[in-house]
Design a protein around this ligand. Structure first.
Ligand code: ADP
Ligand code: MG
Length: 292
């Protein structure tokens, strides 16, 4: 395309809230054959709320929430924010923590008043050899409701399951259908567990999805699709999406996402809506038509 038609295209896209950082991305967008969508914060709102606290011993809910929220105050993960907010709403005071450590894709750990705290997914509990017994069944039931269950352990013993729900953006389904109507293969990737991923994928009418994906494997998935001959678009909002956004043929960042994601992407969806994807592709097609 001529520099002039690209400029016009960039301007048109901007009117739709789609910020294009480079002209080449605008031209490649119309050729995308596969679109990878991150789940949390991309398909969903990304502001999870605590829905369930299931105690695993005789301690009371407030004490558990106090410890869990104190631990999570060290994390920037949206799941952590949900736990901290829930404690704030109940006017629970946060305690000082030490030796905080985030294990990306697994969860967090720290000590508090001499207690060792551990909070995260089943992989983390397995790694730290925490006995879950029949609580995995309870967690799975929550996950089937599209909630994300997390395990909280104190001094090596399971203390509670805390679940959060992160609803789908109201227009995600419609936006995904637009992509599929363009013949694009839509794939969801998430670090979340398989049951929750499956429940959200079903709501979003996405048949192809991968769960329990570690951050480094998101980029590997992009490469794998490229090796299959796909022109790959990647859409995400998190730090853990950044390598995949950079590697994709066109990277799309959610405007409300992390700075790292925005810097790694070619295009930013300022309105946060996935409609920006089909809009960008439409502008791209029009731009290429103008040069002929
Ligand atoms: P996503 O792709 O959904 O953003 P992440 O790789 O960030 O996923 O996280 C994967 C999983 O690891 C989460 O679903 C959660 O179970 C666990 N996890 C990550 N960070 C935290 C945290 N701060 N607190 C509790 N669990 C966490
Ligand atoms: Mg995300």
């Amino acid at each position: 395309a001529t520099p002039m038609s690209v400029m016009v295209g960039v301007g048109k896209a901007a009117e739709a809230g789609v910020l294009i950082r480079n002209g080449e991305a605008l031209q490649t967008a119309s050729k995308i054959t596969a679109m990878i969508l991150d789940k949390t914060g991309t398909i969903t709102e990304g502001s999870p709320k605590v829905t369930d606290v299931i105690l695993a011993n005789e301690s009371d809910e407030k004490t558990i929430l106090q410890l869990a929220a104190s631990l999570e105050s060290g994390s920037e993960h949206p799941l952590a924010q949900a736990i901290v907010e829930s404690a704030m709403e109940q006017e629970i005071e946060l305690l000082k923590i030490d030796a905080f450590n985030a294990i990306t894709g697994y969860g967090v750990e720290a000590t508090c008043n001499g207690k060792s705290l551990l909070f995260g997914n089943s992989k983390l509990m397995k790694m730290k050899e925490i006995e879950l017994s029949d609580f995995t069944t309870k967690a799975q039931a929550l996950a089937k409701e599209a909630k994300t269950p997390m395990y909280f352990a104190v001094d090596g013993q399971l203390a509670a399951i805390i679940a959060v729900a992160d609803p789908m953006k109201s227009d995600s389904l419609c936006a995904i259908k637009r992509l599929q109507a363009n013949g694009i293969r839509v794939i969801m990737l998430t670090g979340d567990n398989k049951e929750t991923a499956s429940a959200i994928a079903k709501k979003a009418q996405i048949t192809e999805f991968f769960a329990d994906v570690l951050p480094e494997d998101k980029a590997n998935k992009v490469r794998e699709l490229q090796q299959q001959g796909e022109i790959v678009g990647m859409t995400g909002d998190g730090i853990n999406d950044a390598p995949a956004l950079a590697l994709a043929d066109v990277g799309f960042a959610i405007g409300t996402g992390t700075d790292v994601a925005i810097e790694s992407a070619d295009i930013t969806l300022m309105r946060g809506s996935l409609h920006g994807l089909a809009d960008a592709i439409a502008v791209s097609k029009a731009t290429l038509r103008n040069i002929k």
